[in-house]
Design a protein around this ligand. Structure first.
Ligand code: NAP
Length: 253
C-alpha cells in the first residue's frame, strides 16, 4: 500500500493533501516550520527539518514511506536537492509537484536577475521606493543598498525588525486580489517591484498590479534543480502514485 511523505509549504501541497485524504491514501504532510500558524490540514502533519539528506533518508526508511512528493516552493532548492538524494538512498519513488514559471506579457516591463544577489546588484543608484516581495529570509541582503525605501509584506510579524535602514513592514496573509495589490503599490508610492519567479496564481496579483500601474519588475529567476519526475496537476500525482506503486517504476528518479 502506498505511504506518502508530502513536502509542503505551498498551496499546491495543501490541494494534494486534500486529494490524498479524499482517496484514503496514507500520507503525512511535512512543513519546515517557518510559518507560525499553518492552515489546518486533512492529513497528519509533521513540522521541522529532517537533518539533511541522511536525516530524510532515515525518516523515509523508519516510516516505511513508499512515495516522496516534493511540493515545496520552486525556490526551496536545498529541500528539493535533498529530496532527490534521500529518495535515491532510501529507494523510494520521488516526484515533484511544481508550477510553471511566470512569463512576461504585453505591458510588462521585467528585468531578469539570476538570483537574489543579482537583484541587489541590479538596483538603481538613485533612491527608489521598492517592494521586496521575497519573504523574510531573503530581504536583509538589500541592506547593502540603504538609499532605497523598502516595502515588505510578511505572513507573520518577525521577532526582530528587519535590518533595513528605510522600510515599511505590512503583516498580512494572502491570497491578495489585483485591487488589493494595486492599492498597496499605489498607497506606498512604489516605483519598482522585486520578486521571485514563483509561478502559480497565489502570488500573481502583484504582477498584474505592477502592469496596471506601469511599474518595472526585477524578476529573480528560479534556481536550477536536479532532474526528477515532475507534475503540474495534483491529480497527475495521484495517478503516478497508483502507477508507480504497481509498475515498479525506477525508484528515486
Ligand atoms: P530550503 O532553503 O530549500 O530548505 C532549508 C531547510 O529547511 C531544508 O534543508 C530542510 O531542513 C528544511 N525544510 C524545507 N522545507 C521543508 C519541509 N517541507 N519539511 C521539512 N523540512 C523542510 O527551503 P526554504 O526556501 O527555506 O523554504 C522553507 C519552506 O517554506 C518550504 O517548505 C517551502 O515550500 C516554503 N516556502 C518557501 C518559499 C521560498 O521562497 N523559498 C516561499 C513560500 C514557501 P533539513 O535539511 O534539516 O531537512
Amino acid at each position: 500500500m502506498p505511504n506518502i511523505l508530502l513536502l509542503g509549504g505551498t498551496t499546491e501541497a495543501s490541494t494534494l493533501a486534500r486529494l490524498l485524504a479524499a482517496h484514503g491514501t496514507a500520507a503525512v504532510l511535512s512543513y519546515a516550520g517557518r510559518t507560525e500558524s499553518p492552515r489546518p490540514q486533512p492529513i497528519p502533519v509533521r513540522v521541522g527539518g529532517f537533518g539533511g539528506v541522511s536525516g530524510l533518508a532515515a525518516y523515509l526508511r523508519e516510516h516505511r514511506v513508499t512515495h516522496l512528493v516534493d511540493a515545496t516552493h520552486p525556490f526551496a532548492a536545498t529541500m528539493s536537492e535533498n529530496a532527490v538524494a534521500a529518495a535515491r538512498i532510501a529507494g523510494v519513488h520521488l516526484a515533484a509537484l511544481t508550477r510553471p514559471a511566470w512569463e512576461p506579457g504585453p505591458g510588462d516591463d521585467w528585468t531578469a536577475a539570476a538570483d537574489i544577489a543579482g537583484a541587489v546588484a541590479l538596483l538603481p543608484e538613485t533612491p527608489r521606493r521598492i517592494m521586496l516581495a521575497l519573504g523574510r529570509m531573503h530581504v536583509e541582503v538589500f541592506a547593502a543598498r540603504p538609499q532605497h525605501h523598502y516595502l515588505l509584506r510578511f505572513v507573520d510579524a518577525p521577532a526582530q525588525p528587519p535590518a533595513l535602514l528605510r522600510h515599511t513592514l505590512v503583516v498580512d496573509r494572502g491570497p491578495f486580489s489585483l485591487d488589493d495589490d494595486t492599492r498597496l503599490l499605489h498607497d506606498h508610492a512604489i516605483d519598482l517591484l522585486v520578486c521571485k519567479n514563483a509561478g502559480g496564481t497565489g502570488a500573481q496579483a502583484k504582477l498584474a498590479a505592477a502592469r496596471r500601474l506601469g511599474l518595472p519588475v526585477l524578476m529573480i529567476q528560479r534556481p536550477r534543480l536536479p532532474a526528477r519526475t515532475e507534475f503540474q496537476r495534483p491529480e497527475d500525482v495521484l495517478d503516478w502514485i497508483a502507477h508507480a506503486a504497481s509498475s515498479g517504476t525506477e525508484r528515486g528518479v
